[in-house]
Write a new protein. Structure first.
Length: 168
């Protein structure tokens, strides 16, 4: 079982285990029988563990099950056919259409990762002006909607005029 001292192969694997509270390390070659047996030695047979980290973590905080009628239907992209679950497992979107198809799920995710859902980095000079103008129009439209909902019609008229001048 032991990797013999006169083993012709280079000892490149370090086995580490804790026995009776003490750390024991041993260098073995890549073909050592200890590696195939999970570092078990004849004096200390080691039972194969059925421990699964995923199962352990799932047992700590079991997921709340939704009633059958509340579960949403899976969203898929019409352009490439990828579902949001497939995106979650692979971590990659399939095409440009996924950003619109999964918008409701992606916005909170992007906000959590980046702190914002808008690009705030450098922008190429040739599109910087256009992008700034589009953002201003979008902001004014949101303000206009808020003003109309709060029945601030004078403010809404001012915002409408600003929007018309920017769009023309």
């Amino acid at each position: 079982m032991d990797c013999p001292a006169d083993c012709p192969q280079k000892k490149t694997v370090q086995l580490t285990k804790i026995v009776a509270g003490k750390l024991q390390t041993e260098l073995v070659c890549g073909e050592c029988p200890k590696l195939q047996l999970g570092a078990a030695t004849p004096a200390e047979p080691q039972a194969k563990s059925s421990f699964s980290l995923k199962a352990f973590l799932a047992g700590i905080a079991p997921a709340k099950e939704r009633p059958k009628q509340e579960q949403p239907t899976p969203v898929t992209c019409e352009a490439c056919g990828i579902s949001f679950d497939e995106f979650r497992t692979s971590g990659r979107l399939g095409c440009y259409g996924d950003y619109e198809a999964f918008r409701a799920q992606l916005l909170p995710l992007l906000r959590k990762i980046h702190g914002s859902v808008r690009h705030v980095g450098r922008v190429p000079a040739r599109i910087g002006e256009r992008l700034e103008r589009e953002r201003l129009i979008e902001s004014l439209e949101e303000q206009l909607q808020t003003a109309v909902q709060s029945e601030a019609y004078e403010r809404a008229a001012e915002l409408r005029d600003q929007l018309n001048s920017l769009k023309s």
